[in-house]
Design a protein. Structure first.
Lengths: 283, 325
């Protein structure tokens, strides 16, 4: 579960960074949707929280490698971006609950925005292996922020690209293109990974078509293993009760319609244990 | 030479001094994926409350220099679910468990103690006194000796005599020794310190506080000196009281500092977020350090730094022992 991996290669993918790390234990157990957490800053680091990173690719060479994709957002990811071949990285993973896969061959639309798309490629491989049809809708603010367009074109039946500035594909957001893709491909299911607002819109579209939608959320985490309780979001359980669940342990993949996107960042008044919910029974 | 790492929390023997800090090991199962929990001296649970609690809104966490702020707000399942699912899981495996409790009134603490008094598998009870007192305009119990003592006295009177009651103290007080003394006078068998001091950061892009709850508890190596100071002062004033030193322990040498200051057990918290195996590593490193200093028993190191300057070391180094006539 915890591996000291060696960086094999580093590369830039459009506006993002990708590190290929030799991490046998992680690669072996990986299933699409899993993530890893990485310690940043080296042995004497002053950064105590780990960074949760998306796995973009898993290969069996060198006993197992994982390719991690990230964007520089602060000193931790800046440190990661400076890693070079043969540096070591402290990885914990694979973590989280993976994407559930359809039992029978189905038509699946995979929606990704920015580097959230990265997690969809191993998923696409797994779906194709099961005889599913895969169609991509990928987007970003500009052309260089659309992740993996080339690879998507190679493996998917169709790939629809959107950019907000119109520099690549259709002008707009992924959710502007999604309804027509679902209709054209007669999709049975939608998989998505993107910022929260996009996931909310993707879920709304899928619900309109009455097809299942699986979303992978990007929440900030301190530990990634379920002990710090900082990555919670309101999700409705099988019993209809809303709970604040951990994106790292119960997620990061959820059924879209179960996530209360409009309440993310709050404690909904009807959530289990919400303040003033009448549940406080002090004798 | 192997070092005798056994320690006593009041009369309860722990195989080694390393425990998880309250709220940093969730229900225990999360860490069990990584290592055998029996290798801990004890596992401290998150603070259990009467009702289930959803906690605070997100963002709940912000990284700070050599530390982090958290404002989780005691999210947890409530005593009912804890007794039904979490405690039995630990008890069946025979894992030494320090149950932490939190409440808004003395009555709530007392009720929690009542529910836990007959539950099997409670090695010790830790009373989280850093909860807002509903009957005192939301000021935390730990900030005043009398409020803390009232809770401890009530819990102590309810818990079985053979389950030690540990008071968890906050560093955000003018005089931690007076709060510690009040707790001990009220019947606390041991003290745990420190809880997170309050801190705050502001997001300079959003121009707002980084945490949804505005302020949060500061943890991590940044607070180690604060913990060492508190343990030192309390051990100096109350040398007979067992102390659990908690606060920013990342390495064996950090733990050793707390032991030398007077702690007989050491809680590991934020280090677990960084390294799930931190407890085992710290225990190993602490044992190596004790051995390197020629100390054969952990107990011999507790409070050792308090000996007056110029006094001979109580224990000669092992190497020189053999050559001494």
């Amino acid at each position: 579960m915890q591996v000291t991996g060696t960086v094999l290669t580093t590369r830039r993918v459009d506006a993002y960074h990708a590190l290929t790390v030799v991490a046998p234990g992680v690669a072996e157990r990986y299933r699409p949707g899993h993530f890893v957490s990485v310690a940043v800053g080296g042995a004497q680091t002053s950064m105590v929280t780990r960074r949760a990173l998306t796995i973009h690719d898993v290969k069996s060479d060198y006993g197992g490698t994982v390719e991690l994709v990230f964007t520089v957002r602060g000193p931790g990811t800046a440190w990661l971006a400076e890693r070079r071949a043969r540096d070591t990285l402290d990885l914990v993973g694979p973590l989280g609950r993976p994407f559930p896969l359809p039992r029978d061959p189905a038509h699946c639309v995979l929606v990704g925005s920015e580097y959230g798309s990265a997690v969809l490629f191993p998923l696409a491989d797994a779906l194709l292996e099961r005889g599913c049809r895969v169609d991509f809708v990928l987007g970003g603010a500009g052309a260089e922020r659309v992740f993996g367009a080339m690879r998507a074109r190679r493996i998917a039946e169709t790939t629809t690209l959107t950019t907000e500035d119109g520099s690549l594909g259709l002008r707009g957001k992924v959710t502007d293109a999604l309804p027509s893709v679902i209709a054209d491909t007669r999709a049975d299911a939608v998989y998505a990974c993107a910022p929260m607002a996009t996931l909310r819109a993707v879920t709304a579209v899928a619900m309109e078509f009455d097809i299942p939608v699986q979303v992978a959320v990007e929440e900030s985490m301190a530990c990634g293993i379920g002990v710090c309780m900082t990555c919670v979001l309101p999700v409705i359980g099988d019993d209809g009760v809303t709970r604040m669940v951990r994106a790292c342990a119960e997620g990061p993949v959820f059924r879209g319609e179960r996530v209360r996107f409009e309440d993310v960042g709050t404690i909904p008044f009807d959530a289990l244990g919400a303040p003033g919910g009448g549940a406080r029974h002090v004798s | 030479m192997s070092v005798d790492m056994r320690t006593f929390l009041a009369h309860v023997e722990l195989a080694n001094p390393i425990t998880t800090a309250a709220g940093c090991a969730s229900s225990g199962r999360e860490l069990a994926q990584f290592f055998d929990l029996h290798r801990l001296g004890a596992l401290t649970t998150r603070s259990i409350t009467m009702a289930p609690r959803a906690g605070r809104p997100t963002p709940r966490m912000a990284e700070t220099p050599s530390g982090m702020l958290n404002a989780v707000g005691l999210q947890g399942p409530g005593i009912e679910a804890f007794l039904e699912r979490e405690l039995p899981w630990l008890a069946q495996r025979g894992i030494k468990t320090i149950v932490s409790i939190g409440g808004g009134t003395v009555a709530e603490y007392s009720e929690l103690a009542r529910r836990l008094a007959d539950a099997p598998g409670v090695t010790a009870l830790e009373v989280n006194l850093s909860c807002p007192n509903m009957e005192d305009r939301g000021r935390v119990f730990a900030r005043e000796g009398s409020a803390a003592a009232e809770v401890i006295a009530s819990v102590r009177s309810i818990m079985r005599y053979d389950v030690p009651v540990v008071a968890k103290l906050a560093p955000d007080v003018a005089d931690i020794v007076s709060v510690a003394r009040a707790c001990v006078d009220a019947g606390a068998d041991a003290l745990s310190m420190i809880n997170n001091p309050l801190g705050m950061t502001i997001d300079t892009e959003a121009l707002r506080p980084s945490l949804a709850a505005v302020t949060g508890g500061l943890s991590g190596p940044a607070i180690l000196p604060l913990a060492v100071r508190c343990v030192w002062q309390v051990h100096a004033a109350l040398p007979g009281v067992p102390l659990i030193g908690v606060g920013g322990v990342m390495t064996g040498s950090d733990a050793f500092q707390l032991v030398l200051a007077g702690a007989c057990a050491v809680g590991v918290g934020t280090a677990l977020f960084h390294d799930p195996y931190a407890c085992l590593r710290i225990e190993r490193e602490l044992e190596d350090l004790l051995r390197a200093r020629g100390l054969q028993r952990l107990a011999d190191a507790v409070g050792l730094a308090h000996r007056p300057p110029g006094s001979a070391p109580r224990h000669l180094l092992v190497d020189s022992e053999e050559t001494t006539p």
